[in-house]
Design a protein around this ligand. Sequence first.
Ligand code: CP
Length: 299
Amino acid sequence: MRHFLEVDDLDAAELRRVLELAADNDPPAVLAGRGVALVFEKPSNRTRNSMEMAVFALGGHPVYIWPEELGLDTRESVEDVTHTLAGYHACVAARVFDHAVLERMAALDVVPVVNLLSDAGHPMQALADVLTLADEFGDLAGRIVAFVGDGNNVFRSLALAVGLLGAELRFAGPADYRLSDSDRDRLAAVGTLISEHDRALDAVDGADAVYTDVWTSMGQEAEVDRRNLAFEAFRVDEALMDAAAPHAVFLHCLPAHRGQEVTGEVMDGPASRVWPQAANRMHAARGLLAWLLGEGVES
Ligand code: CP
């Protein structure tokens, strides 16, 4: 049984196949007559809607479950919840605070488990990100992706996906908000070529894509003042975009805070691909589920 808790649960060939399936306008009905449980411990716009529509497109029925209904480890253990959902659904997909919850679900091996965002990673977002880059540039080998801001869950998953597809990743952010040594080891294992920079300009210089995310993620609200100070020099504005390649695109996983991590001019400007990127969440989800519940079952 395969699970998708992080991008490197796929090898490079499998990731490319998922992207091919994402581009398939006539998707296989791998979910005909079956359900997918969508468990959310945090709010969502893109992830919930893209997953629901992807399940629908594959012939299945999505069931959205708010955490109070389940009471993970309060009303019932994570394991008992997962066993129960496995009796109704072809897949359990969950957005959780603690990545260990997903690992406990997957360890049972009773149903494929998909990470819809945890403190560790956001692999479904990364699939949409590389799909958007591939729509723009085709083969990503040799392309340069610059990430400016917080070395967070979105960044970690993006870095794995970009590395698997042969692109170079450059990171710029404050010293206290970078990758851990174990993150670096994990990126090295998939061959990600990454450099870390103190100045945003050095990371963005000549890049094909510039990516940022919010400075304060869900669950970090108590740190907002400290973070706003730390990230002030890492705002993506038009001057920074001018340092990128002339054809460079701007990406953001959303939601965005105009005037903080990105200016409105960039967010709504000609280089921005944030709306196709958001729409690609649905196509990427469809591709991943088609692979995981079709071809991935057999491999
Ligand atoms: N990018 C993303 O995961 O958006 P949501 O939090 O709205 O799902």
